[in-house]
Ligand binder design. Structure first.
Ligand code: MN
Length: 236
């Protein structure tokens, strides 16, 4: 049986509907999983059952995370927030970690992982960093790798890709600030921004700040390796 992969869904700021880029669904399918899109529900017992029934959780991109969830008030450059989605994703991510099931997060999904595990975020990397930063909101087409990520050799990300340095796309103005306890940075941009986090004592918990699902639209091999590694872990 192929593993059943729960995919989190976006919400438009201020609206009640769900939406999801089909690239997320395609990435899970191509890697060998059965995708199922999860609604942002609020009943904790149902969220717990969902976590038990799926074989792995794939947390997708989207709006900013409410900073009060990591102990801060909103900075003036915080973007739109989606509180219902924040609650659902943080709750199910905690359950998935407790259950020891695989987790893959992209962009916002990586930030959700860090906040769910007790870490913090830059609400706006440009306003809250004293360094000169790269362009992290690229103007190029979605599958274009615009800046490099430098990968830690002793990491899941390195084991998956076999590369110490490769190009990634970039669509974020937030990023991981304080890494959650028990987690490590597995890749950074040349300006020091954390581009990937993982949990070394767990078989597969990985968050990447970029969008491998969009690079996969252009048949990017490293992106496929990341998704295939995730699905393989979900099969065990
Ligand atoms: Mn970036």
């Amino acid at each position: 049986m192929k593993p059943l992969i729960g995919i989190t869904a976006s919400m438009e700021v201020g609206k009640k509907g769900h939406q999801i880029s089909h690239a997320n669904v395609d990435a899970i399918t191509r890697a060998g999983g059965i995708p199922v899109i999860l609604p942002n529900i609020l009943e904790e017992d149902n969220i717990e059952e969902l976590a038990q029934r799926i074989d792995g959780l794939y947390a997708t991109g989207g709006a900013d995370i409410d900073p009060t969830l990591f102990g801060e008030e909103p900075h003036k450059d915080l973007g739109g927030v989606t509180p219902t989605r924040d609650f659902f994703e943080i709750t199910i991510t905690k359950k998935i970690l407790e259950l020891g099931k695989p987790f893959l997060g992209v962009c916002r999904g990586s930030q959700v992982l860090n906040v769910a595990a007790g870490g913090t975020l830059y609400q706006d990397i440009y306003a809250q960093s004293d360094r000169e930063l790269l362009q992290h909101n690229q103007k190029a087409f979605r599958y274009h790798g615009s800046h490099f990520v430098y990968v830690e050799k002793d990491s899941l990300l390195y084991r998956l890709t076999g590369q110490e340095k490769f190009k990634i796309n970039s669509y974020h103005h937030q990023a991981v600030k304080d890494i959650a306890a028990g987690f490590q940075s597995s890749g950074r941009a040349s300006d020091g921004i954390i581009e990937a986090i993982e949990k070394p004592d767990h078989p597969f918990v990985l968050g990447v700040q970029w969008h491998p699902e969009l690079m996969l639209v252009n048949d990017d091999e490293l992106s496929l390796k990341i998704f295939k590694g995730f699905i393989e872990a979900c099969q065990k």
